[in-house]
Each structure stands twice: as C-alpha cells, then as structure tokens.
Design a protein around this ligand. Structure first.
Ligand code: FAD
Length: 395
C-alpha cells in the first residue's frame, strides 16, 4: 500500500484547503467534527456558510450518483475532503451526509430523487433519531410507536440525544411497528419532516455548556407511508448499516487531534517557565512524542479503512477499531493539553488570560462524549471481539 497522495489527490487536497481558507475566518481555532458546536450561534453562522459553499462546489456527496446530485467521484475524494475539514476544525460536516447514505442504500427511486438533491445543494439538514431513554447501546429496544393507518404511520413516543435536531429539517426515526415480534424484528425506519404537527423539542445542555442535544417528542405525528425507508419491520438492516457509517467518524477525530497537537507543540516551543521553554522539559517532550505516535497510528488505520472501503471490503472490525482509537486519542489529547497549560487550562474562551482559545478546556470535556456517540467504545470492542472480528463466542 502506498501511503503518499498521488498528484491528482494532492491537487484536490490543495483545492479543499483553499476552500476552507475562504470559508472559515483566518483566526479560526476549530471545532470538533460533527454538529455539536454548531449550537453556538457564531459557529452555526460559519457552518451554514460552509455547508452551502460545499453545495455550490458540488462537494456534498461527491461519491453519490449524478442523477441525485452527486458527482460519481471516487471515494478517496470524499475522504480527503472530510479529513481536511476535520483537520482544520471547519464546521459544516452535517449529519445529512450519513443519513443520505441510508436513503441511497435503502430508499425508493422517488425517495432518492426527493431527499438527496436538497442535501447535495447544502440546503437540507438532517438529524438522527435512534436513541431513546431506554434504548442506547441496546438500539433494538426502541419503544417509540408507529401505528400503520391507511395512508400514514402515526408516531407516539420520544427520542433523546438527537444532535442538532433543533436546526434540522428531517430526522431518520427508528420506530416500533410490531410490538409482538422479537425486538430486533419489529422496528421500521421513517423519514420524518421535523415541522410536522405534533412534534416538540427540548434542548439539553452538554457538559461543555453547549445545548447541542434535543429530546424530540412525538404526539400523534402523521408520517406519510411514502416516507417509510426500506421494508416495514426491516429497520434492523438499516441500523447495522448506519453504525458502519458512524464509525468512520474515528478517522476524523484523529485528523482533528493532529491539528490540536500541532497547536500544543507550538505553545510548548513559544512558552517559557522559569526561563526555559516548555518544549525542553523531558516529560513534556515525551508526552508530546507519544501523542504524535498515537495520532499517526489512528490516521494510518483510517487510511487502511478507506482503502478497504474502496475495494468494497470495509469490515465492522476495521471501522470499530478506528472509532475506539479516535475517541481514546481525543481524550488523551484533552488531558495532555490541560496538563501542559496548567492553571490556564480550565479558563474558558471569554477569559482575558485564556490560552489557545480555550480549545483544550473544550476538548477535555467534549472528548468524553466521543466514546459514547455513534456507539460506545465498550460495544465497539464487543464487535471487534465477536464473529466479525476476533471470532470469540457471543456473550
Ligand atoms: C455527543 C453525542 C452525540 C449523540 N448523537 C446522537 C444522535 O444524533 N442521535 C441519536 O439517536 N443518539 C445520539 N447519541 C446517543 C448515543 O448513540 C448513545 O449515547 C449511545 O448509543 C449509548 O447509549 P446510552 O447513552 O443509552 O448508554 P447505555 O447504552 O445505557 O450504556 C451505558 C454504559 O454501559 C455500557 N454497555 C452497554 N451495553 C453494554 C454491553 N453489551 N457490553 C459492555 N458494555 C455495555 C456502555 O458502553 C456504557 O458505558 C449521541 C451521544 C453522544 C454522547
């Protein structure tokens, strides 16, 4: 395997870097990959500009078929785009991308023509409605009820932890359509317009202070039958597919960490304590070097996953490994940043004494969520241990 970019890939990478330069402010210190920080109004404004700008460049869904607004481009282009965005901490990596992948894989022709083009134009935002108060890792335990009527499904119940749902137009909702069937067999997936009558939301503030989560309540919400994704009671296949997509998120966490590490390295060069640069301290040198190794390993695992995906051989084991790795790297990096910054570490971005824009205080707190979001590290390790990975017997 050749790890170097080809000339064509390098040229595209440069083009992406220029795009980011034009769309995020020059002093931008970055955000986490994903929609969480977009719940801050200033970040949302930049995210909207970036999202629409990506749409204008025809860069949303680069690898999707042309007839639905994609470019039929090879997968590596999409990986370069998303990796560069994550490295620069550019906002606008909308959840709509992963949800559109589901519509492309399981949707009818009419659904693809209706839902995908507004996403590729950067106009529609989507949220994920999988988790419920009693259905997290055990996703098949969803209780939100969808009852079939003549021309629609009627939804009652609630979702929780729906990232950015307050900004979204649609939500992919996993609902119970057959309460008598074994629990994984009675779930269906519906594409729900979040402006439908009967939907209310309540934002939940994360420990970072950002109200990025939503509880979404459904009270007799009518969803037209044409918005059923895939087979009725066939939601389990869509869930499994969705998890595969979520786990590539680990690659973007590693790219994101790479840039934050570079900031810490610069800080350690420029900052002196007792007349000596921090970068001369043997302990700090050791920890920074160790972090660099860990991030490099994560990125290379990501390249392997990308390569496997291009060959059509991506496995649950490979995508779970990178997810677990990305979360652990981000958590260690947050920790390291807090230690190197010392008493400056916990200051928030509004303090006049703050260093590095308060990003390490943020990372220290936000990274805890990375080993939960998109499936926890424990359940990911279970996948790696199981039949599709190490072949250990089921628990
Ligand atoms: C930042 C963030 C964004 C999110 N965004 C969304 C979203 O947009 N939409 C959405 O639907 N959900 C979202 N979630 C929810 C996420 O999918 C759940 O948090 C996750 O699936 C875990 O579920 P839970 O929180 O109910 O924890 P639980 O499943 O209750 O787990 C609690 C603990 O028990 C462990 N555990 C559970 N089962 C096992 C097992 N079989 N073996 C070993 N250990 C186990 C878990 O690893 C965890 O440590 C988000 C979460 C976070 C943190």
């Amino acid at each position: 395997m050749n790890f170097r970019y080809t000339d064509e890939e390098e040229a595209f990478r440069k083009e992406v870097q220029e795009f980011i330069q034009q769309n995020v402010p020059p002093d931008w210190l970055g955000v986490d990959p994903g929609p969480e920080e977009e719940s801050k109004e200033d970040v949302y404004a930049v995210a909207q500009k970036t999202w629409r700008g990506l749409g204008k460049k025809n860069w949303i869904g680069l690898s999707w078929p042309k007839e639905y607004g994609g470019q039929d481009a090879p997968l590596w282009k999409e990986m370069i785009l998303l990796s560069e965005m994550a490295y620069r901490g550019a906002p606008g990596m909308d959840l709509a991308i992963a949800q559109a992948d589901l519509v492309l894989a399981f949707g009818t022709e009419e659904q693809k023509k209706r839902f995908i083009p507004p996403i590729t134009r950067g106009e529609a935002k989507w949220a994920i409605g999988m988790s419920e108060p009693n259905a997290g890792s055990d996703t098949f335990a969803v209780q939100l009820r969808a009852v079939e009527e003549e021309d629609c499904f009627v939804l009652n119940g609630q979702k929780i932890w729906s990232s950015g749902a307050h900004h979204a137009d649609y939500q992919v909702v996993y609902a119970r359509t057959d309460p008598e069937a074994p629990k994984h067999m009675g779930v269906s997936v519906l594409l729900v317009d979040l402006k439908s009558p009967g939907i209310t939301m309540r934002q939940i503030t994360q420990m970072t202070g950002i109200p990025a989560f939503c509880e979404v309540f459904f009270d007799n919400v009518k969803v037209p039958k044409e918005n059923l994704l895939g087979e009725k009671n066939g939601g389990w296949a869509i869930m499994l597919h969705a998890f595969g997509g979520e786990r590539t998120y680990g690659l973007f966490l590693n790219y994101n960490a790479k840039r934050y590490l570079e900031q810490l390295i610069e800080y350690s060069k420029d900052t002196s304590v007792a007349g000596q640069p921090l970068g001369k301290d043997p302990l700090i040198r050791d920890r920074l070097a160790q972090m660099a190794i860990e991030i490099e390993v994560g990125i290379n695992l990501g390249h392997e996953l990308n390569w496997l995906a291009i060959q059509g051989q991506a496995t649950v084991k490979a995508s779970s490994q990178i997810k677990v790795r990305g979360a652990a790297v981000a958590q260690r990096l947050g920790n390291l940043g807090m230690q190197i910054l010392g008493l400056y570490g916990p200051l928030n971005e509004d303090s006049k004494w703050v260093k590095l824009g308060g990003r390490f205080r943020h990372t220290y707190m936000s990274a805890i969520a990375f080993s939960l979001a998109g499936g926890t590290s424990e359940t990911s390790r279970n996948h790696i241990a199981g039949r599709a990975g190490l072949g250990l017997p089921k628990q």
